[in-house]
Write a protein that binds this ligand. Structure first.
Ligand code: 5GP
Length: 208
């Protein structure tokens, strides 16, 4: 069977609950790792360097870009974010699945560079429900919620470029959908082409 891991790119608008879905999925699938991104944004309370993000200065980030150390990067809400390439490649080589939780510009870069990547976008059941969830958090004023909503509308436009959509009605359903999508992706002929070649080779040599 295929010995390389699957590269899973996971995106969705702010407030859709993608972090919760992903956490649940990762807890259930120990052979999947979360890719820790580099960012120029300042740490929020409770965030740990190396666990939530690698918090870098703008100079350090630029150096990584220059050295080809990032698989993709993008600017979002005034800060830079990028995926450190080496850790992703090493894990995939070892047969470990890697999840990137990134915004849409970066996801589309990954799609170009890694055609085998699986792009999954999380949608709310409706826009009204997203409004309810964002307003219900109660952590931001109306203007900030409004900004997040127009950002969300823009991000959702990109959903059609993804391979699959998960609808987050409930976390349990969403995790279930994600598991089925990953399972289907791992059974495509494209993903299993090395395995097919190996069996074909064995068949040829065995029948000689
Ligand atoms: P936050 O600052 O709220 O943690 O993240 C803001 C946005 O940046 C989220 O949409 C998140 O998915 C995205 N993001 C996090 N890491 C990366 C990354 O490495 N690359 C890209 N392109 N986006 C990222």
């Amino acid at each position: 069977m295929n010995r390389k891991g699957l590269l899973l790119v996971f995106s969705g608008p702010s407030g859709v609950g993608k972090g919760t879905v992903l956490k649940e999925y990762l807890d259930k699938h120990p052979n999947t790792v979360f890719s820790v991104s580099a960012t120029t944004r300042k740490p929020r309370e409770g965030e740990i360097h190396g666990r939530h993000y690698f918090f870098l200065s703008r100079e350090e980030f630029d150096l990584l870009v220059e050295n080809g150390g990032l698989l993709e990067y993008a600017q979002f809400a005034g800060n830079f974010y990028g995926t450190p390439r080496e850790a992703v490649e090493q894990n995939l080589e070892k047969g470990i699945d890697v999840v990137l939780e990134i915004e849409v510009q970066g996801a589309l870069q990954v799609k170009e560079k890694c055609p085998d990547a699986l792009l999954v976008f999380v949608m709310p059941p409706s826009f009204e429900e997203l409004c309810r969830r964002l307003a219900g958090r109660g952590t931001e004023d109306a203007a900030a919620v409004g900004r997040r909503l127009s950002n969300a509308a823009r991000e959702m436009e990109a959903a059609k470029h993804y391979d699959y959509i998960v609808v987050n009605q409930t976390v349990e359903d969403a995790v279930d959908q994600l598991e089925q999508i990953v399972c289907a992706a791992k059974h495509t002929a494209k993903y299993l082409r090395e395995f097919i070649d190996e069996v074909e080779y064995d068949a040829e040599t065995c029948c000689k």
